[in-house]
Ligand binder design. Structure first.
Ligand code: UDP
Length: 246
């Protein structure tokens, strides 16, 4: 489906994992986006970003705002698919099938710590490599070459949005992985550098509030939510008035 001009595939983590392993088998070089509400808002004013999202092989529903709209439009998905959850599902299957993963992003050492935590959790998981996400633009080609040389099947890129989506759109083919997935700040969470909201807050869909309390500087980004609600309401008004004319 399309939400405010952005592609969304409202499927759960199990279905996404199955589809992504299909891409790995085909060595498709498929880009996957974990779409968030603020990304959809950002896409309204950046056509190039919207085109990148719409060209992705899969666009997964990462936030409650998008989930709510998707369900109103008929999707049966009941839970969002976060980057952390997707990484866990994919690593469980990668360990079972012998596929290898590459973690690219976050501050120095964090991707390696996240990889170690994943290997502890999924014994036998093959980590093809890790690299921090702070680099000069002219280093991108060498980074993509190094990923190709590592032979990684799955590439997780955690540079934050929109940087990770643009990086994958430009360099995934060179990097050579069967699938490249933008995962935001997931490595920080998996490495235990950032705690997720307690279960009770998550059940109440209040993870955003917990993060706001913990990291008040995020308030500016969270302004995207009221803007998203307003944009969706405007879209509906426009559709209703079209319906009443015809
Ligand atoms: N980051 C990076 N390179 C940069 C800027 C950010 O690797 O040049 C990392 C940062 O360390 C963090 C992630 O990108 O791990 C962004 O996390 P955030 O929670 O802001 O992103 P979101 O998940 O909300 O897109």
């Amino acid at each position: 489906m399309q939400i405010l001009g952005c592609k969304l595939d409202p499927i759960d983590a199990d279905a996404a994992t199955a589809a992504i392993f299909g891409f790995v088998r085909e060595k498709a070089g498929a880009q996957i986006v974990t779409l968030g509400t603020e990304m959809v808002v950002y896409a309204q004013n950046d056509r190039r970003f919207r085109d990148v999202v719409n060209a992705c092989a899969l666009s997964l529903c990462d936030t409650v705002g998008l989930l709510t709209v998707a369900r109103k439009r008929g999707a049966t998905l009941t839970q969002r698919v976060t980057g952390v959850e997707l990484i866990e599902h994919l690593c469980a299957r990668a360990a079972a099938e012998g596929a290898s993963v590459y973690l690219f992003g976050a501050a120095e050492g964090v991707a390696a710590e996240a990889a170690a935590a994943l290997q502890a959790r999924y014994p036998g998981l093959r980590v093809a490599g890790t690299r921090s996400g702070f680099f000069r633009p002219d280093e991108s080609a060498a980074i993509a070459d190094a990923i190709r040389a590592s032979g990684a099947d799955l590439l997780f890129v955690g540079l934050g949005s929109p940087r990770q989506e643009f990086w994958l759109a430009e360099h995934l083919k060179t990097a050579g992985a069967g699938a490249g997935i933008g995962v935001g700040g997931s490595f920080d969470v998996i490495a235990g550098r950032v705690e997720r909201a307690p279960e009770a807050w998550r059940k109440l869909n209040l993870e955003w509030l917990y993060r706001l309390v913990k990291e008040p500087k995020r308030w500016r980004r969270q302004l995207a939510l009221p803007r998203f609600v307003w944009l969706i309401a405007s879209e509906r008004r426009a559709e209703n008035s079209k319906g009443s004319v015809s």
